[in-house]
Design a protein around this ligand. Structure first.
Ligand code: SF4
Ligand code: SF4
Length: 255
């Protein structure tokens, strides 16, 4: 397997993964979006709520606020929020008993309180995974095949494919069709469909992928990759042990 960095920011990374099949990258995607454990508010205790919103709606909103999650920490954490209107209550108004496990994004609006309206709530945050509840989802992860675009010699350089590409990938340069930022190609095949001479063909490499991860902030991109690859490794080890058990004893095992 070969991995090449294409672009990187604090919350997003784009990499090229080569010499693997689609099963591997799809397993990585599924683990990233549903099995990386992170913190989220799991239940709340409402001491006072004279706002226009039901307690349940407030609980739902608080559950969706991303909380900073250190790797391998699983203790319960209590957070509190107490505000009186008139004001807008933001995620930065949530006070955590832990100096690390707290809202990462400060300006998420939770509720607008009018004159004399008040909320006083305790929140209990726990570690969970998104396959149990979406509030524990830590990132978005997706991939696409690496495109292959071939131009036949019957091309007359009419430029129709250049005009039809929504990503401006195709250019006419030195009497040929040139490709710029080919990794941005969405494989939409618009160029191919517009070419009357059938001189352009869009294909993909079945063992080469562009993989993107966008963190919601709970974990750094580095931690997300480390944790998800550890989970894949553990799953593979377990599977190998189960297979070895079947080979040795011929027994049926629950996977
Ligand atoms: S539309 Fe077809 S013929 Fe025209 S430039 Fe593109 S590939 Fe060549
Ligand atoms: S497949 Fe779509 S995005 Fe890719 S080069 Fe053709 S028109 Fe552009």
């Amino acid at each position: 397997m070969k991995v090449t960095l294409l672009s990187k920011s604090d919350s997003k990374i784009k990499i090229m993964i080569e010499d693997v099949d689609v099963g591997f990258v799809n397993a990585l995607r599924r683990i990233l979006i549903s099995e990386v454990p992170v913190y989220a508010v799991d239940h709340i205790i409402v001491y006072e709520n004279t706002s226009p919103l039901y307690d349940e709606i407030l609980a739902h909103r608080l559950g969706l606020i991303p909380l900073d999650t250190p790797v391998n920490v699983t203790k319960e954490v209590t957070l509190g929020i107490e505000k009186e209107g008139p004001c807008v209550v933001y995620s930065k108004d949530i006070v955590s008993e832990d100096e690390i496990i707290k809202p990462i994004i400060p300006d998420i609006p939770i509720i607008k309180l009018g004159d004399n309206q008040k909320i006083k709530i305790h929140c209990i945050a726990t570690v969970g995974v998104a396959k149990a509840h979406a509030k524990y989802q830590s990132c978005l992860a997706f991939y696409k095949y690496f495109p292959i675009i071939k131009i036949d010699k019957k091309c007359d350089l009419c430029g129709i494919c250049v005009e039809s590409c929504p990503k401006n990938i195709l250019k006419i340069k030195n009497d040929s069709i040139d490709m710029v930022n080919i990794e941005e190609c969405t494989l939409c095949k618009s160029c191919e469909e517009q070419c009357d001479l059938r001189a352009i063909t869009v294909m993909h490499d079945p063992r080469k992928f562009i993989f993107t991860i966008e963190s919601y902030g709970n974990m750094s991109i580095k931690d997300l990759i480390e944790v998800s690859t550890e989970i894949i490794e553990e799953k593979c080890d377990n599977f190998i042990k189960l297979l070895a058990g079947v080979a040795e004893h011929g027994q049926r095992c629950k996977v």
